[in-house]
Design a protein. Structure first.
Length: 169
């Protein structure tokens, strides 16, 4: 399923957009299992770029009780988002990555778009997480915020865990 040891590579990007098995999707699913997340558990999925399409594929997989989906700069185009949960996609109009997913079928997703603020022609800057962090902060303080889907707020405390995912063989 790939020649690189890094499953979060371009091959997985293409596979995810095409809707076929991807090493990165399998790696995230295995990390969730190791973290004790079981089928049927409530999960709010989030992700940037490839992580967003992984989040969307897992949200729509039927394995979990999806309680929300937030994607940021992700190529969701051909993936139908149909679940009964709040879903929000943040995109920069000058970010090429979301357009790599093809024509939009994400009918169940509220899409919020705006320019990134990166220099004209700076395609890397338009996709950077820091720019999307600022977009999210601006959305949170916007008068339009009450009209956007309300994603669940986690209850209790949690601690971050790091899982390393590699291709083998």
């Amino acid at each position: 399923m790939g020649s690189s040891l890094d499953p979060f590579d371009m091959e997985s990007n293409v596979a995810l957009v095409a809707g076929v098995p991807a090493a990165s999707l399998l790696g995230v699913h295995r990390a969730m299992t190791r973290a004790g997340i079981k089928p049927g558990d409530a999960v709010t999925f989030t992700g940037h770029s490839q992580g967003g399409i992984i989040a969307a594929r897992l949200a729509e997989s039927g394995r979990y009780r999806t309680t929300g989906l937030l994607t940021v700069g992700s190529p969701l185009g051909t993936l139908a988002i149909t679940g009964p949960y709040p879903a929000l996609a943040l995109r920069h109009t000058d970010d090429l990555v979301p357009r790599l997913g093809g024509s939009d079928r994400t009918s169940g997703v509220m899409v919020v778009e705006r320019p990134s603020g990166a220099a004209p022609g700076d395609i890397v800057g338009a996709h950077e997480r820091t720019g999307y962090h600022q977009t999210a902060r601006d959305i949170d303080s916007s008068p339009a915020r009450p009209r956007l889907p309300e994603l669940p707020v986690p209850k209790g405390r949690s601690a971050p865990r790091l899982y390393v995912v590699r291709r083998v063989g």
